[in-house]
Design a binder for this molecule. Structure first.
Ligand SMILES: O=C(O)CCC(=O)C(=O)O
Ligand SMILES: [Fe+2]
Length: 368
């Protein structure tokens, strides 16, 4: 998340807004120091809500990342301030190619109304020079002139991600590099940086959803934003029930981290990929454009989507004992890339009936 300075330059998140989600704040510095109690708190957050705030302060790399978020936001603003004519030259072509610009109103929200955000997607492989399939695409000047910032932002994101992955693996009694190896940036993947601008909500007719309710496809998302508007679904509610949508309060120096569908799949339902959406920005914030930058981490392309074995990961016998029927729909036999394409197609055709997944009880361990 951005620095305090950027927060101070933005209208405040209202203090009296209700309901606001209770989200755990996890210290990156403590994860780096291998603090077991912090890792346990993070695992609980990943199981119950699927979201937590990652406090980047008091860690050298984290502090660097805080400064870079401000620069990334500057890049998003400059990119989105380009003329429509210029931006559409870089239009994406999903599901053939997810890279590039998506104009406002192209996607639908849950009511069928057009969305209220425009975004630009950059592929990690292009930024790091990993691309095995196709050459990097041209990008507009505000992005093109910041290749160093982008590389560094990804690298610092990897640092944070590695410690999150290690702590989760260790808490689940898996070899420490288990989750990291499945998404290591040295291998080609669909990992993206999505730069988003939401239009201000100037009139009551603009107060509808900006980005449809969804779960994230991939493994782990690192989201930076300053302005409110993000809502998470209270796990006790169904998405159709408006009362279940809780506002997320962004905090200076913190990233918002959430688990994606792949983490649920690998853990047999232990970790939770929770529904979220972006509504209008609350209070005075609705009068200004809302920016966000999301590193949407995906598994490496050939990664197997089958459930992991070992540690505290439940087995098929556990499923039976608990009377759980896990709808696999053939996912286990797919690679990560095949699975992502399948999901993207379903989304495009409006067949993706997104719902929160995971949050299963952890069984007691026989051995400590
Ligand atoms: O803009 C936000 O706050 C959330 C974006 C998001 O959920 C996504 O890009 O998947
Ligand atoms: Fe998301």
């Amino acid at each position: 998340m951005a620095s305090k300075t950027l927060f101070e330059a933005t209208p405040p998140f209202p203090d009296d807004l209700q309901p606001v989600a209770e989200i755990a704040t996890i210290s990156l510095a403590k994860l780096v120091a291998d603090d077991a109690s912090e890792a346990q708190t993070m695992l609980d957050a990943c199981r119950h809500l699927g979201f937590f705030l990652l406090d980047l302060s008091r860690d050298t790399v984290g502090e660097e990342m805080i400064k870079e978020v401000d620069q990334v936001f500057e890049m998003v603003r400059e990119t989105m301030d380009l003329s429509t004519e210029e931006k559409v030259k870089y239009s994406s072509d999903p599901p053939r190619d997810f890279r590039g610009y998506k104009a406002e109103g192209i996607m639908k929200t849950e009511t069928g109304a057009p969305d209220r955000c425009e975004f630009y997607s950059l592929l990690q492989d292009d930024i790091l020079g990993n691309s095995t399939v196709s050459p990097a695409l041209p990008t507009p000047e505000p992005i093109n002139s910041r290749s160093e910032l982008l590389r560094s932002y990804f690298e610092h994101g990897h640092y944070a991600l590695k410690y999150i992955c290690r702590a989760l693996s260790t808490q689940l009694h898996l070899p420490p590099e288990t989750f990291w190896d499945l998404q290591a940036p040295t291998r080609s993947s669909g990992t993206m940086l999505r730069l988003i601008r939401y239009a201000p909500s100037l009139s009551p007719s603009d107060m509808r959803t900006g980005l449809l309710s969804h779960t994230d496809f991939g493994s782990i998302t690192l989201l930076a934003n300053v302005t409110g508007g993000l809502q998470v679904l209270n796990p006790q509610f169904q998405p159709e029930d408006e009362a279940g949508w809780q506002w997320v309060r962004p905090r200076p120096g913190c990233l918002i981290v959430n688990m994606g569908d792949a983490m649920v799949q690998w853990t047999g339902g232990i970790l939770r990929s929770n529904m979220h959406r972006v509504k209008y920005a609350p209070g005075e914030q609705r009068l200004v454009p809302r920016y966000s930058a999301a590193i949407l981490t995906r598994p490496y392309k050939e990664a197997a989507m089958q459930r992991l074995a070992g540690g505290r990961i439940p087995t098929v016998e556990d499923d039976e004992r608990e009377g759980l029927v896990i709808q696999d729909e053939g996912i286990s036999s797919l690679t990560a890339w095949e699975w992502e394409l399948k999901k993207a197609m379903a989304l495009k055709e409006g067949k993706d009936c997104a719902r929160s997944r995971g949050g299963r009880e952890l069984r007691a361990m026989d051995v400590a």
